[in-house]
Design a protein around this ligand. Structure first.
Ligand code: CO
Length: 259
């Protein structure tokens, strides 16, 4: 798999990423106290199929659902189940689709009603760190520049950067080279070239960086039980400024209209 994509390939990945953004917005429309994570997963799967795409996570290394829905102290890879969302939860929704043979992969962490102020700040600062990482994803920089940008932004607030999971290249496969850690040193790691597609996805804990996996083999939780936030964009490395392929604008429209 080539690390540098053609303009045609980038156009297709953008279409896939946009559908993920629309799917996350559809989930946002239904996200309210009382809804179960399984109901949200069914809504997303139907929406993806109605748009001619495949819910790529379903069956990926045996993963059983279209979405990963990770509530509060679950960091990532929460499997949709009969848990009913309640006021005060934070809910990370991670979605991947395959359309025309190319993946899109994006995630957003939602606040349900009023949440604790320190958790509200965790969401704000984690989202900021995603954009700091994207700012560093320019041709001529290295992978470590992205991780350093994310890490230095969030560690000033005392948060823990998850080390055990990383972002990734993206294309015909969900996980392509290179790995994109959310920590690192400036000027280290693989060089970034125009046309590389990266999924950048900071996973940031209110407490320590340590995580544990449930016996289900998927669910990743914070070891200390404190909340964790996760946002993910698909981007193209460009000279001077990265281009963001995925979008939160559909989500933001829904959240505005809910206020
Ligand atoms: Co990803």
């Amino acid at each position: 798999m080539a690390l540098i994509k053609t303009p045609e390939e980038i156009g297709l990945i953008k279409q896939s990423s946009l559908l993920v953004g629309k799917t996350l917005a559809e989930v946002a429309r239904h996200l309210r106290p009382g809804v179960t994570t399984r109901e949200l997963d069914r809504i997303a799967e139907q929406f993806i199929r109605d748009h001619g795409a495949i819910p790529g996570f379903k069956g990926y290394h045996g993963y059983p659902a279209a979405l990963c829905i990770s509530v509060n102290s679950v960091v990532v890879h929460g499997i949709p189940n009969d848990y009913a969302i309640k006021e005060g939860d934070i809910v990370s929704v991670d979605c991947g689709v395959v359309l025309n043979g190319f993946w899109g992969d994006s995630a957003y962490t939602f606040a349900v009603g009023e949440i604790a102020p320190e958790v509200q700040m965790l969401l704000k600062h984690t989202l900021e760190s995603l954009y700091k990482g994207i700012e560093a994803a320019v041709a001529g920089n290295r992978i470590g520049d992205i991780g350093h940008a994310v890490q230095s932004h969030v560690e000033q607030f005392g948060y823990g950067v998850v080390r055990d999971l990383v972002g990734h290249g993206l294309g015909r496969q969900l996980h392509e080279k290179p790995d994109v850690p959310n920590f690192g040193r400036k000027g280290t790691g693989p060089m970034l070239h125009e046309g590389m597609i990266l999924a950048i996805e900071p996973m940031i804990n209110l407490g320590t960086p340590h995580v544990v996996m449930d016996k289900d083999g998927w669910t990743i939780r914070t070891r200390d039980g404190k909340p964790s936030a996760h946002f993910e964009h698909d981007i193209v490395v460009r000279k001077g400024k990265a281009e963001i392929l995925s979008t939160f604008s559909y989500i933001e429209e829904v959240l505005q209209s809910k206020l």
